[in-house]
Write a protein that binds this ligand. Structure first.
Ligand code: CA
Length: 230
């Protein structure tokens, strides 16, 4: 599920946005002022943020600048009532990714959000805390917990090793015999079909549509590729 944070002080707009975004499959969190929004943005793992420019207390430009300063790279769509080109330029300079003047068309907003969602930074490689994320999959390698869309998945020991190897080697072609060596090691039966079987079972668990995988893709005649941003 895509997680979105709405930082907006106009209750009726928040209500409208929440209804529509939830019906589009977003998990929505809202904040009504800049400071609260900034804290939520810094704490939560959101895929995208809608940020109003004119907010009580801390305004949207300051929130955006401070979030970037704190290393929060979540894509930001900035909203403003003003059609002022200066605000737009300043907003983009301060780290907003896109800009939409109010009043906006809901379909336009959804299209912008989709584009931002696709461009969101994906850090599939596990950090120092052993956590990795791609698509709606969250992996805690240290705690051996993997979820997809919030639902916990059961992986076999071999699937864990395979997933770890894939996550550690994103966006490159991994030939079957390399995977056999690296994941199966000495116990490997010299049958590359083994790789296909386990890739298939891992896809059944982590891919939304296992028959049309986005993350563990087949590179015909060469092997597999793990695509975190797929
Ligand atoms: Ca406002």
């Amino acid at each position: 599920m895509k997680r979105i944070l709405i930082i907006e002080d106009e209750p009726s707009l928040v209500l409208t946005l929440r209804d529509r975004l939830e019906s589009e499959g977003y998990d929505v969190v809202a904040a009504a002022d800049g400071a609260t929004g900034e804290e939520k943005a810094a704490e939560g793992s959101f895929d995208v943020i809608i940020l109003d420019l004119n907010l009580p207390g801390k305004n949207g430009l300051d929130v955006c600048r401070d979030l970037r300063g704190r290393g929060v790279e979540t894509p930001v769509l900035m909203l403003t009532a003003r059609g002022d080109v200066t605000d737009r330029v300043v907003g983009l300079k301060l780290g907003a990714d896109d800009y939409l003047p109010k009043p906006f068309d809901m379909l336009e907003l959804l299209a912008r959000l989709e584009a931002l969602y696709r461009r969101r930074p994906v850090s599939a490689k596990p950090g120092p805390d052993g956590q990795a994320a791609f698509g709606d999959v969250r992996v805690d390698f240290d705690g051996a917990v993997v979820t997809r869309g919030g639902e916990e998945l059961e992986l076999s020991a071999l699937e864990w090793r395979l997933l770890r190897y894939l996550v550690d080697h994103p966006d490159r072609v991994l030939p079957r015999d390399l995977l056999l060596d690296e994941v199966w090691g000495y116990e490997a039966t010299p049958v590359t079909r083994t790789v296909d079987v386990h890739v298939s079972s891992l896809r059944q668990k982590i891919e939304e549509k296992p028959s049309h995988p986005r993350h563990i893709v087949t590179v015909h005649g060469q092997g597999y590729k793990f695509v975190p941003g797929g």
